[in-house]
Design a protein around this ligand. Structure first.
Ligand SMILES: NC(=O)c1ccc[n+]([C@@H]2O[C@H](COP(=O)([O-])OP(=O)(O)OC[C@H]3O[C@@H](n4cnc5c(N)ncnc54)[C@H](OP(=O)(O)O)[C@@H]3O)[C@@H](O)[C@H]2O)c1
Length: 174
């Protein structure tokens, strides 16, 4: 029997669907950054090249796999894949815990949402201007399995609601 890791999308999404502006995130959410680190630690993380550029280095303690049509990224310890499926294959090959995280950005989320099993979404109570959006979450394909609200902490620019969705039935595309 073949096994495959769970494919999980992790994203912070504003009320208007915005996730990015001018190559960065249009908010400051320290609480959410800590949660991202906690959830992804030890797991492979797949991201698009533009998101990687905004980070600029490998994520500590996590295999960092960048989807790009370029052959090399030229950053030590960073793996590259020529497509999202190739990145997921690469990630699954050595996935210690059987869960792979897809961490953006817009192009990669749009590609990945049909193949994902789980969504970890931080809904940000703000409507910032931006140029990159999260794809629509079709409630027929996704059920909310947990939801927790957080007031804005000292180092957060907005309150958030953290929701975990799991795919309903057999609606995965691959
Ligand atoms: N709010 C959040 O949770 C969150 C998370 C992550 C990122 N972001 C934001 O999202 C924005 C970046 O998103 P983006 O949509 O502009 O870019 P992106 O998805 O991060 O990266 C796009 C790049 O990925 C590569 N790529 C995409 N599809 C591919 C395919 N099918 N085959 C091969 N390579 C492919 C290409 O790289 P090459 O050009 O090198 O070929 C493409 O230019 C930033 O503003 C960032 O801050 C927000």
């Amino acid at each position: 029997m073949s096994t495959r890791p769970i494919v999980s999308i992790i994203a912070a999404v504003a009320e208007n669907g915005v996730i990015g502006a001018a190559g960065a995130m249009p908010w400051r959410l320290s609480t959410d950054m800590k949660r991202f680190k906690r959830l992804t630690m030890g797991r492979p993380v797949v991201m698009g090249r533009k998101t990687f550029d905004s980070i600029g280095k490998r994520l500590a303690g996590r295999r960092t796999i960048v989807v790009t049509r370029q052959h090399q990224i030229g950053v030590d310890g960073v793996e590259t894949a020529e497509s999202l499926p190739a990145a997921l294959t690469l990630a699954g090959r050595n996935a210690a815990e059987g869960e792979v995280f897809v961490a953006g950005g817009g192009e990669i989320y749009a590609d990945a949402i049909g193949a994902a099993d789980r969504l970890y979404i931080t809904f940000v109570a703000a409507r910032p201007r931006g140029d990159v959006h999260f794809p629509p979450i079709d409630r027929k394909s996704w059920k909310e399995i947990s939801s927790e609200s957080f007031p804005a902490g000292e180092r957060d620019s907005a309150p958030t609601r953290f929701v975990v969705f799991e795919r309903t039935g057999d609606s995965r595309l691959d």
